[in-house]
Design a protein around this ligand. Structure first.
Ligand code: SF4
Length: 477
């Protein structure tokens, strides 16, 4: 129960508020933008992309009208090219590295061009799907635990190399973070599922609502497969650890974002005054969507200052544009209310000596407590690591922060048959990093199981193997 619900909006208002935040290029604009590219040799944009998509190559193909070739170029390097074209922090990756930045000119809009290319691929699915297919069966089996980006990536590249791959996922629907955890105005669940369909198309099997250690014993999974890839992502949102956390109207950001993606917008309950705790990128998604749902006031509380805030600059700009109000150097002390949230008691903070993370540690200022009135609290302090699951169920080594320990080149874990990647290894980074991990693990598994001499040390050299996995590339080059 939420004490004061925000009034419902009209259908037109919901539609406007949740429209695509970065609308796609029209065909003529995409060609104009593609023609602006200098097709650099040893392109810095390609080097900056964790999946090393050959960016000048796919842009050149858009410019020449070779849409199949362009999409193939992207998907061969990044199975989640459509998602990444929408949600990648391009300013910090490919577009941030574009040579135009040095000339004080707008960088090429690589993300939107990538989206244009992959949207075209899925819009023409019946004519394009044959560009990817399962490799000739080699008799080897691989299991992927978790249905998110890193598993999809490992499975897609392995299936094209002839492996029989099954993804075991505890969720109702496949796709992990892309299906459940991306803000609705950035990407819908239906769009995320198109990429799952391509993974399925190359022969990967999906077992949904299936938990390893509960529905399938780990010993059986290990015995039945030649290799296992672990891409279990992160767990629930971290608790605040303060009184009042169990009051009605306190929700976690991941559940809230998931609800928004799978319910009709007018059925999502939102308070008139919402406090969001934490200032990362997920917090921005929760705060801006609260405002777009009709909350009159959205307050974001962060215990450090603006400089230490983990959200990307462009995400922060979205929140500010939407009218979210930031309270820096402010920490929650307790949530107050009788049965339901009525407010949050906060304390002002000051910055002290750097802590283990290297950032100045926030310290409470005695006697500075104050109450912010609110009807709803959204917790967004980051997600718990899956260290316990990795150790107790899978028997894998983890580091002191609950992340699975892997060899950086091969993604192999402490158990030789097990490989891992994505958020459960890096603690929570971008989708594109998870795709890169999955792809790298696929090559390492292939090298081990096939005996093929794959040079895993150099990503550039590794591109050779993905080209081998590509069954019909010459037709579209
Ligand atoms: Fe094109 Fe910029 Fe990449 Fe050069 S760095 S290839 S101009 S997108």
């Amino acid at each position: 129960m939420i004490k004061n619900l925000a009034p419902k909006l009209t259908d037109a208002e919901y539609e406007k508020n949740f429209a695509d935040i970065n609308p796609p290029f029209a065909p003529h604009n995409s060609k104009m933008e593609a023609n602006r590219c200098l097709y650099c040799f040893d392109a810095p944009c390609t080097r900056a992309c964790p999946t090393h998509i050959d960016i000048p190559a796919f842009i050149k193909k858009i410019a020449s009208g070779n849409m199949r070739g362009s999409a193939k170029e992207i998907i061969d390097a990044n199975i989640l090219g459509m998602s990444c074209g929408r949600i990648c922090p391009v300013d910090s990756l490919c577009e941030g590295a574009c040579v135009y930045n040095e000339r004080d000119t707008e960088a090429i809009e690589i993300g939107r061009l990538q989206r244009y290319s992959i949207d075209w691929f899925y819009e023409n699915w019946d004519k394009t799907k044959h560009m990817f297919k399962a490799g000739k069966a080699n008799g080897k089996k691989v299991a992927c635990i978790g249905g998110g980006p890193s598993s999809l990536s490992a499975a897609f590249y392995l299936a094209q190399l002839g492996y029989a791959v099954t993804i075991y996922d505890k969720n109702d629907k496949p796709g992990g973070l892309n299906t459940y955890g991306i803000a609705r105005y950035k990407m819908s669940a239906a769009e995320a599922l198109k990429e799952v369909k391509l993974v399925e198309h190359v022969g990967v099997k999906f077992k949904q609502k299936c938990e390893i250690g509960k529905d399938v014993a780990i010993d059986k999974l290990t015995k039945d497969n030649d290799a296992i890839f672990v891409g279990v992502g992160l767990g629930e949102t971290e608790d605040l650890g303060i009184p009042g956390e169990d009051l009605s109207g306190v929700v976690d950001a991941i559940t809230f974002i998931d609800e928004l993606k799978h319910k009709k917008l007018r059925d999502v309950r939102i308070g008139r005054r919402v406090a969001v705790i934490g200032a990362g990128n997920t917090s921005v998604d929760a705060a801006t969507q609260s405002k777009r749902l009709g909350a009159e006031m959205v307050m974001v509380l962060y215990r450090r200052s603006e400089e230490e805030m983990p959200a990307y600059e462009y995400e922060y700009e979205i929140a500010k544009k939407d009218g979210c109000v930031y309270y820096f150097l402010t920490a929650p002390k307790r949530i107050v209310g009788k049965g339901a949230v009525e407010g949050i008691e906060c304390v002002r903070m000051k910055l002290g000596e750097p802590d283990a993370s290297g950032r100045p540690s926030p310290e409470p200022i005695a006697g500075s407590e104050f109450i912010l009135e609110c009807d709803m609290v959204i917790k967004s302090l980051g997600q718990k690591k899956r260290g316990d699951f990795a150790k107790k169920v899978l028997g894998l080594k983890t580091d002191g922060r609950g992340r699975i320990t892997v060899d950086e080149i091969t993604m192999q874990t402490s158990k030789p048959k097990f490989y891992a990647g994505g958020d459960c290894v890096n603690g929570g980074r971008e989708v594109v990093n998870a795709v890169a991990h999955g792809k790298r693990a696929a090559w390492a598994i292939h090298k081990k199981l096939s005996g093929e001499d794959v040079d895993l040390d150099g990503l550039w050299k590794n591109e050779t193997i993905r080209r081998k996995a590509s069954t019909a590339e010459h037709q579209y080059a």
